[in-house]
Design a protein around this ligand. Sequence first.
Ligand SMILES: Nc1ncnc2c1ncn2[C@@H]1O[C@H](COP(=O)(O)OP(=O)(O)OP(=O)(O)O)[C@@H](O)[C@H]1O
Length: 280
Amino acid sequence: MHDAEIRKAEISNADIRAAGKTPAVRFAPEHSSLCLERLTLAYAGKPALNDLTLQIPRHRITAFIGPSGCGKSTLLRALNRLHDLNPAVTQQGSITFEGEDIHAAHTNVAELRRRIGMVFQTPNPFPLSIYENVAFGLRLQNRLKKRQRDDVIEWALRSAALWDEVKDRLHTSAWQLSGGQQQRLVIARTLAVKPDILLLDEPASALDPISTLKIEELMGDLKHQLTLVLVTHNMQQAARVSDYTAFVDNGRLIEYGTTDDIFTNPRLRRTENYITGRMN
Ligand SMILES: Nc1ncnc2c1ncn2[C@@H]1O[C@H](COP(=O)(O)OP(=O)(O)OP(=O)(O)O)[C@@H](O)[C@H]1O
């Protein structure tokens, strides 16, 4: 065993907890988009997130990884207040977005969800044309002239790397698209209302490898425009696309660092066991 290996083995989880420390990156306020402070959440009294403190950097891709049921989707839903719809959820701690508490009394929740958009695991286009899917949020939001709306729709479809594949059939049903195209359409629909953050909950897990690659390339392009937060079970995907990785287990943040560090030099044995598949 090398010295480094021995040191790693010596830092037990109990030591880390006793010291009250989670190995974690910190960002200066000007680089931090979302800031979670001691976030704790339960469903009907059953804990799902436990005392999470972390910051999510602006214009980067942050991946959340961890075993099934560890709380990744719960965390993502907390970020744009989707739990408001569930009366069984209780929550403590705070989440600030661009310096504002998202639970402040004056928060406009619809506007918050516009600024923090979400894409789910299964593509969910509406039973409308390709054009009307992307126009949907725009119509709710403001009264653009048709020409302006067309421009935004083209921009969103280009940003989602779908324009070339659909530009000649914008008025056909979105349900005629392949699964991968539908997922990019949903991303275009979310982008059309110009969010600051895109939350992606296993966005490629229902897709074939080529569509998955397209979604991954798309994430790399989009981070120049916005902040991305990705939940994934796919270790290779997290390693390929993200800049930062947070490992969550049993509702707790175990380790958070640059993706390079987490995958090549994790500080905790528990993280290493997870990313090497010795625990799932
Ligand atoms: N709506 C809900 N009501 C009650 N319990 C829930 C609800 N949603 C999730 N849970 C519970 O909260 C815990 C965390 O679930 P969550 O879906 O956030 O985990 P996850 O890490 O995203 O899992 P997976 O990787 O399997 O999608 C689990 O124990 C789950 O059973």
